[in-house]
Design a protein around this ligand. Sequence first.
Ligand code: ATP
Ligand code: MG
Length: 406
Amino acid sequence: MRSSGGIHFLIVRDGTGIIQCTMKRGTVDDALFEKTKDLTLESSIEVIGKVVEDKRAPGGYEIRVEDLKVFHRAEEGYPIAKKYHGPDFLLDNRHLWIRSQKMQTILHVRAKFLEAAREWFKMNGYTEFHSPTIITAACEGGATLFPVKYFDREAYLTQSWQLYAEAAIASLGKIYTVAPSFRAEKSRTRRHLTEYWHLEVEVPWCDLNCIMKIQEELLAYVLDVLYDEMSRELTYLGREPDDLRRMKPPYERITYDMAVEILNEEGIRFNWGDDITWTHEKILTKRFDKPFFITHFPKGVKAFYHKPDPKRPEVTLSADLLAPEGYGEITGGGQRIDDAEELIRRIKEENLNPEDYKWYIDLRRYGSVPHSGFGLGVERVIAWICKLDHIRDAIAFPRLINRVYP
Ligand code: ATP
Ligand code: MG
């Protein structure tokens, strides 16, 4: 609140946003006008008044207050002031910082993104399916597993719903989920959380090309909805809404081999068979102004379940989608092995124990079909769409290597 010339200007927030309320001396009870002077930042109030258009007000409208009731007068000294606060301070005060206009706006965009995605799944005949969070076998490799003490044995937090999704397609057909995945990421980057929301899709009778098209159609729809319904919010966050139009599919596809060539051209020493890390992705994204797919990764850098290309078995029928502007990988996926013998061979090649994957191998023994899927990191996409410089702001309460509070 600020006051000038016999008017109090109050900025009032509810779940939909903020609005300026003006209280003029003489139009309300004198006692109320005086008492309002003492209102503290973040107090809870009820306002009665008239909504009027006013070009000078933020958002173009204001409420002319006729009555005001204080439900809770907040304590003095709200920790978050107008001055600059460092990221650690804001993370310590995250329970309050999520009230900020920046976080409120991001969380609205995030909710709209998921709402639009669910709409697309509904229109296209997908069923939502949920898998367990406590699991026993790794999906993305053991290095990033979080152990859980499960009575007198050890279990883990899931890294992906995928293995269970492959079981569920035989029951439900095309499926999706939106659920947390857990990864004990030991490197500190601007794009890794230890708990993140994973939007995953699994589709029977679908090959690599088919699953890339599904990602394009889903993103085309979601970007349209955000353009139509969130332009004001995106502009506030520094994202030009027209960028979303520009970044619509179709997306270019380059093979891993071509990516290696580009990196070499850029003077990076990169050997065929190495994993493409964020540093490399950043360089690659400079060549594109829209998202693009990298396909056919070598077996060695992908998990055991990726189907080797029958025409060239040292590479897999896999595809990552990378966002431009340096954001990098936002989805990973591809075609799964659907033959039992081939799967067992790959499990052994990776020094895993087929016994641990018995139920998963069963899926190739009883009515196997070609199938594909992908996983999209919700916070990665929100960071890109909202043009954030760190993934932590794409989620309300980020879990990072050094942060599990609040
Ligand atoms: P990266 O190489 O960036 O660590 P990944 O290859 O481990 O990613 P996948 O196993 O393919 O990722 O997971 C699917 C998607 O989940 C990724 O494309 C990404 O969008 C998201 N994702 C993966 N790990 C994280 C994480 N630690 N924090 C946030 N999102 C993640
Ligand atoms: Mg990873």
